[in-house]
Design a protein around this ligand. Structure first.
Ligand code: ADP
Ligand code: MG
Length: 238
């Protein structure tokens, strides 16, 4: 059964149709990369799943639940924001615990979850610091920890590495692959970077102008592109 399922999902802003009748199944435990050029609708699609936008038509399912009209806070998904979205005035521990405090969980539960998640990401010695006292890579891990703390059914990431330098981007890519193996959770990862998609994805959904051109493993898309767009975008010979 699909962890996330989109059925005929469309989104219009005014007269602009940004997402067009998208059908997509994301399996439990998959590392799905939503790939495509700038402006093709990747972020909008992710925001629709997170509940930050609502579709003009179509349905979104999480497991067996229709979440099309469910408020974002009640959806069992977590968005990993870029590291600069951390609260600068809060400590690392408070940043990580924030989603649980917002949901009025008990102090004991919050403390325990912060400890668990921080040690899983090697942040246990930095809990009393503030984001400004951390390196870029550590800040990115705090952003991940904040998403992990609720133990969500799926992680949604929108170009999380885009504001890191090349060396850190490559290291963080490896860390994310490793984290996916350890968590065995469902990742939906948005990027316009073919290399990121080819190295990280279990499957890629290639988006063009609001429509999915092709879904498949990196090898399938590279070896048997369904259109010239797919071939050109992945740089494969036609
Ligand atoms: P991507 O993430 O692939 O770069 P987006 O989903 O951000 O693409 O945007 C797709 C298109 O939708 C763009 O043309 C963008 O200008 C437009 N768009 C996105 N959000 C809004 C909005 N809130 N209002 C109007 N247009 C929007
Ligand atoms: Mg985007």
């Amino acid at each position: 059964m699909a962890r996330i399922r989109l059925e005929g999902v469309s989104k219009q802003f005014g007269t602009a149709q940004v997402v067009r009748e998208v059908d997509l199944d994301i399996a439990d435990g998959e590392f799905m990369v939503l790939l495509g050029p700038s402006g093709c609708g990747k972020s909008t699609l992710l925001r629709l799943i997170a509940g930050l936008e609502s579709p003009s038509s179509g349905r979104i399912l999480l497991g067996e639940n229709d979440i099309t009209r469910t408020p974002p806070r009640q959806r069992d998904v977590a968005m990993v924001f870029q590291s600069y979205a951390l609260y600068p005035h809060l400590t690392v521990a408070k940043n990580i615990g924030f989603p649980l405090r917002a949901r009025r969980r008990s102090k004991d539960e919050i403390r325990e979850r912060i400890t668990t998640v921080a040690s899983a990401l090697g942040l246990q010695d930095h809990l009393d610091r503030r984001p400004a006292q951390l390196s870029g890579g550590q800040r990115q891990r705090v952003a991940l920890a904040r998403a992990m703390v609720r133990d969500p059914g799926a992680f949604l990431m929108d170009e999380p590495l885009s504001n890191l330098d090349a060396a850190l981007r490559s290291a963080t890519r490896t860390e994310l692959i490793d984290l996916h193996h350890r968590l065995r959770s469902t990742f939906l990862y948005v990027t316009h970077d073919q290399v990121e998609a080819m190295t990280m994805a279990t499957r890629i959904a290639l988006l063009n102008n609001g429509t999915i051109e092709q879904v498949g493993t990196p090898t399938e898309l590279y070896d048997t592109p369904r259109s010239t767009f797919v071939a050109a975008f992945l740089g494969a010979p036609p």
